[in-house]
Design a protein around this ligand. Structure first.
Ligand SMILES: *[C@@H]1O[C@H](CO)[C@@H](O)[C@H](O)[C@H]1NC(C)=O
Ligand SMILES: *[C@@H]1O[C@H](CO)[C@@H](O)[C@H](O)[C@H]1NC(C)=O
Ligand SMILES: *[C@@H]1O[C@H](CO)[C@@H](O)[C@H](O)[C@H]1NC(C)=O
Ligand SMILES: *[C@@H]1O[C@H](CO)[C@@H](O)[C@H](O)[C@H]1NC(C)=O
Ligand SMILES: *[C@@H]1O[C@H](CO)[C@@H](O)[C@H](O)[C@H]1NC(C)=O
Ligand SMILES: *[C@@H]1O[C@H](CO)[C@@H](O)[C@H](O)[C@H]1NC(C)=O
Ligand SMILES: *[C@@H]1O[C@H](CO)[C@@H](O)[C@H](O)[C@H]1NC(C)=O
Ligand SMILES: *[C@@H]1O[C@H](CO)[C@@H](O)[C@H](O)[C@H]1NC(C)=O
Length: 793
């Protein structure tokens, strides 16, 4: 009898062992199920990269999903790539996914019954198999017929090798934490063009590519009706409408995913290795307030890198639903049609997109106001200066949607309000990112459980307890290694964007004891290095680092969060004792300065560099609201990658070095390089983003002429003359000669250039270097001027 008891125990253990093993199989056969109660009950792809199974998405709310297997630890969120039932979560008990003998896959819920099914049927032997590329397929065991696949119904994510077709869309989730269907979509529209669309509760609109431009102006084509797009594993994206891009980390074999994010942006995320974090390697739009509908009606969106995005009600309006900003704001007054009872409130640099009653080019303020007053439906008007056209434009609005505050919009919106009320701007300004989490409560009708089940529950509980102890031990040892100082919070935020802390020894080893110097300036020396994962890096060692680690990290964090394809990427930092180091991606082709002097740049490369640098400066100035002035733009700080894409280096470092003046990023200490510095520095005038515009202009002149502003420089009478030489030379040529362009252009380019574009470029450069800083264009105007005339880029 004892023997029998022993055998039964062994049998159970073996069974339990087998069960454990079968839980990580890569397929499900006919007649079997995955149960929600058993979190180990997953299908895993053969390479281990993907898992499919039930995952909790709320309180007692589960979804059948596919996710990246790593990280497996319970306290980290899964990277979900597909969901069967995002809008209909199932109960945490007795829900299951079954492959029926009829060949149909069914997701059952105890109270909702059949939640979703694949509507497939086959009498042949079938299996539900998770492939190595993340595609969950229902296929015949013998033969190659696929009856159903998850790649045909994406949620918000596209994996490498998964085509986006005329039948598929990526639809964002409602928020980071709420996975149900949200408002932002990515698909081929009726004109065969891939774009981003806001599809809200009462309106729809498209915002990318820019809706006011022609399809050809944004480099797309609509003649190809095949409507197919594909991201490959190297990071190149190719679409039938000519949307072609490569990610910033093109070439390396990494894990990648393209995701329609709940903030309305489309991003490609990569990670080097399952133990590291995801980072953004490409994104469609570069402004936090460009996506439509982000703040709801009658409100404006604004952004700064420290506090992120914010929605505010316009004056006279109050927020409708404090727990969800997408409901917008409603007026606190009654509208009046009586002209003498209306007044206008100016909101500087605020623009609203769409819903125009009238558009009047070449208008003046009084006629624009009159136009609005004459119409009962006019809620306000936008009055701004058209930079390219050179006159004021007037738009009267019936609705105030897609509002945003942009320091680069030259103009104002005037709100129509009843007289006699004092509406202040501060009225109701609430951060939008506090979308309250509503717990999803589902009632479960409990039924009496039988004793057989009880036995297994106890058995499982015992194993569970053992595992819990193991996890506890691991967790404790992890915890002991964690520093308890206040910087942890900042670090975790950074870790989320793919940022690492390196030890001094690690970097010393990587740079072979700081032996190979590749550059100097911007407060430190730059060394070449090779990390243990075989990535080449540039390590910058800062000279004077009196800052505490916390402060240092806070500021490195601001820089680390900046994201643009033409900004050099910071991968991490080291702050140990007196050492402060920054780790950047390494650029094969060195600096613009080296390339110019070695004559490696033809006209088309130069033109692309000029445009890209203008774009990235516009990004830094605009989206960062003058937070980040570069203050040291010169060819030595512009690096070129393997495709001669320029990347700006050394931005934001002024903040790391100046401790005395917290308010202004580069004002307390003169920064910059002789030859490239704006006159403001010399005359002690306030420093604004226009100093960068000036330096940019000098760099462009240098690229046109091939002449450095500092070569052959003789001190004549103090600093003023120092950068005058190149500029005055070009100016004089322009004034005196019709063939001035031919005379100034770098002889190395010879005649191989587009004359009209070259002329625009020279004109823009000269506009940028005027002494009067307010007459210099802003960087986004520069982009506009260059792009307008050179639509092929
Ligand atoms: C996990 O998700 C929750 C919301 O569901 C979020 O609050 C939390 O910050 C996330 N944790 C990590 C480590 O990303
Ligand atoms: C349409 O686009 C697809 C995918 O990029 C391409 O294979 C096909 O040749 C294109 N057709 C035409 C007519 O250009
Ligand atoms: C992933 O990175 C860790 C350290 O970051 C390293 O130890 C490990 O070998 C890497 N794994 C792979 C598969 O590259
Ligand atoms: C506010 O939003 C929440 C969450 O979407 C919703 O549950 C609630 O009903 C809304 N309240 C009103 C008054 O619309
Ligand atoms: C926005 O304001 C207009 C009046 O300007 C009002 O008619 C509309 O209902 C408001 N929108 C919302 C969502 O309350
Ligand atoms: C408009 O308002 C003014 C002053 O409040 C009043 O005198 C006038 O009668 C009103 N006009 C109309 C058409 O209601
Ligand atoms: C504004 O424009 C209108 C018509 O375009 C014209 O009659 C009026 O004189 C202008 N006002 C001023 C102040 O220029
Ligand atoms: C997610 O958003 C949807 C739509 O607004 C809402 O109905 C649902 O209750 C939300 N779920 C959670 C968990 O907040």
């Amino acid at each position: 009898m004892n023997n029998l008891g022993l055998s039964i125990t062994v049998f159970i253990l073996v069974l339990a062992f087998l069960f454990q093993c079968s839980s990580s199989s890569s397929s499900l056969r006919k007649g079997s199920s995955l149960l929600v109660e058993n979190p180990e009950d997953n299908i895993m792809s053969q390479n281990g990269m993907f898992s499919a199974g039930f995952t909790a998405i709320g309180e007692n709310a589960y979804s059948f999903a596919i996710w990246f297997t790593e990280p497996t630890s319970l306290n980290l969120n899964k990277t979900i790539i597909w969901m069967a039932n995002r809008d209909q979560p199932v109960n945490g008990k007795r829900s299951k996914l079954t492959l029926l003998n009829t060949g149909n896959i069914v997701l059952f819920d105890v109270s909702l019954n059949n939640v979703r099914s694949s509507n497939t049927a086959s009498l042949k032997p079938l299996e539900l198999h998770l492939k190595d590329d993340g595609n969950l397929v229902l296929r015949e065991l013998q033969g190659i017929t696929i009856l159903w696949q998850s790649f045909d119904s994406p949620t918000d994510t596209l994996l490498p090798g998964q085509p986006l077709t005329r039948y598929t869309k990526l639809v964002a989730s409602r928020s980071e934490s709420n996975h149900s269907t949200g408002f932002y979509k990515f698909y081929f529209d009726d004109a065969n063009v891939l774009g981003l669309h806001y599809d809200g509760p009462d309106i729809s609109s498209s915002y990318w590519p820019k809706p006011w431009l022609l399809i050809s102006q944004v480099g797309r084509a609509n003649f190809n009706g095949s409507r197919i797009a594909l991201l490959d594993s190297f990071g190149s994206f190719l679409s039938s409408d000519n949307l072609i891009f490569i990610t910033s980390d093109y070439g390396t074999v990494l894990q990648r995913r393209m995701k329609m994010d709940s903030d309305g942006n489309l991003r490609v995320y990569s990670r080097i290795n399952v133990s590291q974090n995801w980072y953004v390697s490409w994104q469609a739009i570069y402004g936090a307030c460009i996506a439509h509908g982000i703040c709801g009606d009658n409100s404006t969106c604004s952004y700064n890198p420290k506090h992120g995005r914010k929605c505010s009600c316009i004056p006279g309006y109050r927020v409708k639903n404090h727990s969800d900003w997408s409901y917008g704001c409603e007026p606190m007054f009654d509208f009046t049609c009586n002209r003498s009872e209306s007044t206008f409130f100016e909101m500087v640099n605020v623009e609203f997109y769409g819903y125009d009653i009238h558009y009047v080019p070449m208008s003046n303020y009084s006629s624009c106001e009159k136009l609005c007053l004459e119409d009962c439906n006019c809620k306000g008007f936008q009055y701004g200066f058209g930079v390219l056209k050179g006159f004021y434009k007037c738009y009267t609005k019936t609705q105030l949607r897609n509002g945003r505050h942009s320091p680069f919009f030259v103009g104002s919106t005037y709100l129509r309000l009843p007289k006699g009320n004092t509406f202040s701007k501060e009225e109701s300004s609430t951060p939008s990112d506090h979308v309250c989490l509503v717990k999803l409560q589902r009632n479960f009708v409990s039924e009496s459980e039988n004793h057989y089940v009880n036995f297994f529950l106890w058995f499982a509980a015992a194993i569970g307890a053992f595992e819990a102890i193991c996890i506890f031990i691991v967790w404790c040892s992890l915890f002991r290694n964690r520093k308890t100082n206040a910087d942890q919070h900042g670090y975790h935020q950074l870790a989320a964007i793919g940022f690492r802390k390196y030890s001094y020894l690690e970097l010393k080893k990587a740079t072979k004891g700081f032996s190979q110097e590749i550059g100097r300036g911007g407060g430190g020396i730059v060394y070449k290095g090779l990390l243990s994962d075989q990535r080449h890096v540039a390590v910058k060692r800062l000279y004077n680092a009196q800052q505490g680690e916390g402060e240092f990290l806070a500021e490195v964090g601001i820089i680390g969060r900046l994201n643009h394809m033409n900004l050099i990427e910071m991968w991490g930092y080291c702050a140990e004792g007196k050492y402060r180091l920054l780790v950047y991606e390494y650029m094969e082709n060195g600096s613009l300065a080296e390339n110019l002097s070695a004559n490696k740049l033809d006209w088309s490369k130069r033109y692309k560099i000029v445009l890209s640098i203008a774009r990235v400066l516009a990004y830094l100035h605009e989206e960062c609201l003058e937070w980040i002035l570069h203050c040291d733009i010169k060819p030595q700080n512009i690096l070129l990658d393997s495709n001669f894409q320029p990347k700006l280096a050394d931005f934001g470092l002024s903040k790391l070095q100046n401790r005395n003046n917290l308010n202004n990023s580069c004002i307390s200490m003169i920064r910059g390089t002789r030859g490239y510095m704006a006159p403001e520095w010399i005359f002690n005038l306030p420093i604004t983003s226009k100093v960068d515009v000036y330096s940019y202009g000098i760099v462009v002149l240098e690229m046109i002429t091939g002449k450095s502003p500092t070569t052959g420089f003789k001190i004549v009478s103090g600093e003023e003359e120092s950068d005058g030489r190149l500029v005055t030379w070009v100016r004089e040529k322009r004034g005196s000669d019709i063939s001035w362009l031919e005379e100034i252009v770098d002889p190395q380019i010879a005649l191989n250039y587009d004359r009209s574009k070259m002329e625009i470029m020279a004109k823009v450069a000269l506009d940028c270097v005027v002494d009067e800083r307010d007459s210099r264009p802003t960087m986004s105007k520069v982009v506009e001027m260059l792009q307008y005339h050179g639509s092929d880029v």
